[in-house]
Design a protein around this ligand. Structure first.
Ligand code: MG
Length: 288
């Protein structure tokens, strides 16, 4: 299933995406639909019922062009991100392949919708993109073994780990440079694990104004999603809705040759991952 959260006429709702339309879950499970998509993802009974029915039987749905898609998970308790988790990206950065996962976090303030704007904040002159696979946790867990880690993942999304390189490098650690408002566009919907299928060889492509900048595959990841979850869950409890951003392949603006090419207001960044869809965000100047 493709599960989208959306706004229409000032009201928020969520539904199942079928082609160019979205069928509200409230129409499919009248009177017993979980209130929000955040609630649905940990409700195994409701997910099972949705999988077993044919949403086409529940009306035409709403054309996607008539809604504004929102970042699918409204209130994750945490957004945990991996640094240098692709061999080709570690190489372009001139860094060793990490021996253990490199971890940083973003706040919920960074989340923004799949077609919303990325703000070019005044505090940076080096705005950059990173196309990434995001895993969504569906079940509370601690000390998760990598062999069972997939049971804890409800699905996947496309993400952009937007980065202010001057702040990231200047601060000595990455939090401020990675967690500015709008620095985590995700979506366009949550593709459930059963529909996403094998995620060990997904292609990740990033385009800036139509020019392809990243052309990677998840096959190149240093630590797999199960390995990351095993590592992290020894230290922290994962909650339904938590997001895991799994690192970016080569081709970021910072390492362009002969010179870095950073994002400017007006630029359009699109990221596509096979089977998960495409997000597209325009860079806008910080409002005064
Ligand atoms: Mg990243």
């Amino acid at each position: 299933m493709k599960l989208a959260r959306f706004e229409r006429g000032g009201r928020e709702d969520y539904g199942i995406v079928l082609g160019e339309r979205v069928v509200p879950v409230g129409d499919v499970l009248p009177g017993k639909a979980p209130l929000t998509l955040d609630d649905l993802i940990s409700n195994e009974e409701a997910l099972r019922q949705l999988r077993e029915c044919d949403p086409r039987e529940y009306g035409e749905g709403i054309p996607l062009k008539n809604v504004r898609l929102l970042h699918p998970i409204a209130r994750p308790s945490k957004i945990v991100c991996l640094g240098l988790n692709y061999r080709d990206h570690a190489k372009e950065a001139g860094k060793e392949i990490p021996g253990a996962p490199i971890i940083f976090m973003k706040g919920r303030n960074a989340l923004t919708g799949p077609y919303d704007s990325i703000v070019h904040h005044d505090v940076t002159k080096e705005l950059d993109y990173e196309g990434e696979l995001a895993a969504v946790i569906g079940k509370r867990g601690r000390k998760i073994a990598k062999e069972t880690a997939e049971d804890f993942i409800v699905g996947y999304m496309v993400a952009n780990d937007v980065s202010a390189r001057d702040i990231q490098v200047g601060d000595g650690q990455w939090t401020r440079g990675k967690a500015l408002d709008t620095f985590a566009p995700v979506g366009p919907w949550l593709t459930t694990s059963d529909e996403a299928g094998d995620i060990s060889d997904l292609s990740i492509n990033t385009y800036v104004n139509g020019e392809r900048r990243q052309n990677g595959t998840t096959r190149d990841m240093v630590f797999s999603v199960p390995e990351i979850l095993e590592f992290l869950s020894r230290a922290m409890t994962f909650e339904p809705g938590d997001l895991l951003l799994t690192g970016t392949p080569a081709g970021v603006g910072m390492y362009m040759k002969p010179a870095p090419r950073f994002l400017r207001p007006g630029d359009c960044v699109a990221i596509e991952i096979s089977r998960l869809g495409r997000i597209e965000n325009r860079v806008v100047a910080q409002p005064v």
